[in-house]
Design a protein around this ligand. Structure first.
Ligand code: SF4
Length: 366
């Protein structure tokens, strides 16, 4: 199912409502001669996903107009929404800020019975170019701001308010994963800023245990993440031998596996949490007995588990996925060697929303 909804684009580079904290908004209200409590009222709407002041019913009209003209209330506009048979929804958003106006990013909502996970983008395109990744083929066009990253979550919340899930599927946002377009650790300003907003007591109040940042392995940035915002960590490993990983995850040439090992050993883990090692299985490439042996040498089973991912082909992709039976055998071989390994069920494949498939098909809209 495809739907098109277009909201008005903003024309100036203004402060984004999605990036404001309660003290900042209170300060603004005072400067505008408004009572302080209005700030909380506005944030309550914002936190539900209502970003258009027109819909903020208990706010006086004059203040709604001031909000609309003085802030960028809607940093993104929804261009398209696609719904998978399994309930997964993929959203294509266009950016409104002048420098990146019309550039598009994607986010995905993945509902399960007891949780609803939003997968968000941190960049337009990606600074890196992992050869199996659809996003990597797009090139890099810009970093998202904290407000643009958080706005993806807010707009999905609003969509779920207007059109809840059916059946047993959860229709709230309980978990966030930074696994959409882009390398989050190459946009530290946007990612740290958005993490603060997502965890803010007056914001979305998400626990750090419910947020996961996925990175291909930018080591100084991972160290800083652990110091400042020690959320769950996922690493795009995809090979445990330097020669193979140099090809599949080219950042490995800069930060090879020995450095990654040291970094992971020092990442602060909440109790009973693990670092997830993402491993997309590519037929004849990284699914051989030597790869099992290399994983056995690399993985610290006390602190890490492997998430085996089915490769999702995209048009023009040079790789094939490992056949399903061989994936199960690969998982069993790891488990028999004491390594926790799970096979991730691929979601939203029919709408190109599965892992590694995100790429805005059209670069710009006007
Ligand atoms: S796998 Fe991640 S880091 Fe690599 S190109 Fe794709 S989005 Fe970028």
């Amino acid at each position: 199912m495809t739907e098109t909804m277009v909201t008005k684009p903003a024309s100036q580079d203004l402060v984004q409502l999605s990036a404001l904290t309660l003290p900042a908004l209170q300060h603004l209200m005072e400067a505008w001669g408004q009572p302080k409590f209005r700030a909380k009222q506005v944030l309550d709407w914002r936190n539900k996903g209502i970003l258009d002041p027109v819909e903020m019913k208990n706010i006086p009209e004059a203040l709604r107009d001031r909000l609309s003209s003085s802030l960028m209330c809607q940093p993104l506009r929804l261009v398209r929404r696609e719904c998978s048979r399994d309930g997964t929804r993929k959203y294509v958003f266009a950016l409104n800020r002048p420098r990146l106006a019309g550039k598009m990013v994607e986010a995905v909502f993945i509902p399960e019975e007891k949780r609803g996970t939003v997968c968000i983008s941190s960049q337009v395109g990606c600074v890196l170019d992992c050869p199996f990744c659809h996003t990597g083929t797009q090139g890099f066009e810009g970093n998202l701001s904290p407000g643009e990253i958080v706005a993806q979550v807010l707009m999905i919340k609003a969509d779920l308010l207007h059109e809840p899930m059916t059946g047993d599927l959860h229709d709230g946002v309980t978990h966030i994963v930074y696994m959409g377009m882009g390398e989050p650790m190459a946009n530290e300003e946007g990612v740290h800023g958005s993490l603060a907003l997502l965890m803010d007591e007056d914001g979305l109040k998400l626990s750090r245990r419910r947020i996961t940042v996925s990175t291909s392995g930018l080591i100084p940035q991972i160290d800083r993440l652990g110091q400042v915002h020690p959320v769950n960590l996922a690493i795009s490993l995809h090979a445990a031998m330097d020669d193979k990983r140099n090809v599949l995850v080219p950042i490995n040439r800069k930060y090879p596996l020995t450095q990654l090992r040291h970094c992971l050993d020092n990442y602060p883990l909440p109790t009973q949490r693990h670092i997830t090692l993402e491993y997309v299985l590519l037929d004849g490439v990284n699914d051989q007995p030597e790869d099992i042996a290399a994983l056995r040498r690399f993985v610290n089973p006390e602190r890490e588990r492997i998430n085996l991912i089915q490769f999702n082909p995209y048009p023009g992709s040079p790789y094939r996925g490992t056949p399903k039976e061989h994936m199960s055998k690969f998982a069993q071989d790891l488990i028999s060697k004491g390594i926790r390994a799970t096979l991730r069920r691929s979601r939203g494949q029919d709408i190109m929303a599965a892992c590694g498939q995100l790429k805005a098909e059209t670069r710009e809209v006007s």
